[in-house]
Write a protein that binds this ligand. Structure first.
Ligand SMILES: [Zn+2]
Length: 489
């Protein structure tokens, strides 16, 4: 049995002022065949990573393709996408004949000229490998699930957890189903229910936690192979933006249809009830100060680099300074120029620094302050589950008693190492402020006495009705009151 695996992935915020180029992929994940590190998957590369370890056990022969992934940002250049795609397609051609293809894709990538990048890629792979080859795809649930993708692959699976702690587990399941399909043991058929809604569904809160367990309870019995909830990515303005429910069944389309509709309607019933409460920045910081037991974690989802935001909005930091908070830390602020200046000044130096507030109107204005350079680390990192996420060169600077982590490789707060690697122990701080929507919860949730979500003036607006959508198919809730959820595949 011969399988091929590859990745082309990014999450595109079509409203972001930061274009995604070939260089953006080179900065993050750019592995040619055989170059993928052995320690952990990187972003969406779990199918290749897991397949490699199973191939060494002799389950099948794996032909490794390239893995490319860029941090979430604006629309990818046409040239960059086409170059990456042509490289992977040439590898697929060279690997023929193939029994199976495994693709680790984010699912919300948009390139100039391609609103459905993944649909294009999967269809082109299909045209090369033919109908007999089994194509299995793993997606992030923050994706735009188009019918084109489902038409051209055999098995599609999304991560169930948000934070995405189950990337490798879902890749294992995907590979299991692909192998059983190749062996003729199962015959996957897929059905999708379109909930006609935009929403956010952290699985750390009770309602979605229970829904994840409910999805799992159907799997592996009565002919159901896999159930995925497509959360949607609200900041990618494409026709197919929206929450959906996908079922993979063995052989029986009516069975897949029935379960997709049943669970899809349950997701519709949860509309508007799955997100945490948001406070204004002022009220959030006041509430945190009043809580005696630390660390209180304050999350700033509106400036989450994981959703394509620059991560240099100064709203929350300025409020911390104005309120003269003590024992606080905040990160990450993305400001490569500030990092360079601090490296040049050296640890222990006190310098005037213009920090953050630079990339666009949603960055707010820069903070001008006298800062003390506390730490400088080259090629720093943080962990996210089994994944190691690069931060680039990083510094910690102090303003009053606030320690600020500034990074050069734009990413959200994921692991405690974001602070620890620069000598800041988050468990010893009263206030720990993170730029992230919910992925921070995997590491910061367990250390927090309380978690407070604030709505800053960053670019990722929490009220979807204020986003200037042009392409999303209407009607859709909450932009429209009357919507018609239905089975679409
Ligand atoms: Zn995601």
């Amino acid at each position: 049995m011969k399988l091929f695996a590859a990745t082309i992935a990014t999450e595109t915020n079509t409203f972001s002022p930061l274009p995604t180029s070939l260089e953006s992929f080179r900065e993050v994940v750019f592995y040619r065949p055989g170059e993928h590190p052995n320690d952990a998957p990187r972003m969406c590369t779990a199918p290749l990573f897991v397949a490699r370890s199973r191939a060494t056990r002799g389950d099948f022969v794996l032909i490794e393709g390239s893995c490319f992934a860029a941090s979430p940002a604006g629309i990818t250049s046409k040239q960059a996408y086409e170059q990456l795609r042509e490289e992977v397609l040439a590898q697929v051609k060279n690997a023929l004949p193939l029994d199976g293809v495994l693709l680790g894709l984010h699912g919300a990538m948009v390139a100039h000229g391609y609103d459905d990048v993944e649909g294009d890629l999967i269809a082109q792979v299909r045209s090369i490998v033919g109908d007999a080859c089994v194509i299995g795809v793993e997606h992030d649930p923050h994706c735009h699930m188009t019918i084109k993708r489902l038409q051209h692959c055999d098995v599609m699976i999304c991560y169930k957890e948000f934070p995405h702690t189950d990337v490798a587990d879902r890749a294992e399941e995907l590979i299991d189903i692909v192998i059983r399909t190749i062996n003729g043991e199962v015959e996957p058929v897929m059905s999708m229910f379109d909930c006609r809604q935009i929403g956010s569904y952290p699985t750390t809160l009770p309602l979605m936690r229970a829904f994840v367990e409910r999805m799992k309870s159907f799997e592996g019995r009565d002919g159901i192979l896999s159930v995925s909830a497509i959360h949607c990515f609200p900041y990618g303005d494409v026709e197919d933006l929206g929450s959906r429910l996908l079922v993979v069944a063995d052989g029986s389309k009516p069975k897949a249809d029935a379960l997709a509709e049943k669970l899809g309607l349950e997701l519709v019933a949860m509309r508007g009830k799955t997100t945490p409460e948001f406070l204004s920045v002022q009220n959030g910081v006041d509430k945190a100060i009043a809580i005696r037991e630390g660390p209180v974690v304050i999350a700033d989802p509106a400036d989450n680099a994981g959703g394509g935001a620059p991560s240099d909005n100064t709203n929350l930091l300025r409020t911390l300074i104005e309120k003269k908070v003590v024992s606080a830390c905040i990160g990450p602020i993305w400001d490569p120029i500030a990092v360079r200046l601090c490296f040049d000044a050296g640890v222990g130096a006190r310098i005037p620094l213009r920090l953050g507030g630079k990339i666009g109107p949603d960055s707010d204005t820069p903070i001008d302050a006298s800062v003390e350079v506390i730490a400088t680390i080259e090629d720093c990192w943080q962990s996210f589950g089994p994944t190691q996420v690069p931060l680039g060169d990083c510094v910690c600077v102090r303003i009053d008693s606030i320690d600020i982590i500034i990074i050069t490789k734009r990413t959200q707060a994921l692991g405690l190492e974001l602070f620890r690697n620069l000598g800041v122990e988050p468990t010893e701080r009263h206030l720990v402020c993170v730029k992230s929507t919910n992925h921070f919860m995997a590491a910061f949730g367990p250390i927090a006495s309380e978690v407070i979500y604030v709505d800053s003036n960053g670019p990722l607006r929490r009220d979807y009705r204020s986003i200037p959508y042009k392409k999303v198919r209407r009607p859709i809730w909450p932009l429209d009151d009357h919507v018609e959820p239905k089975l679409v595949f």
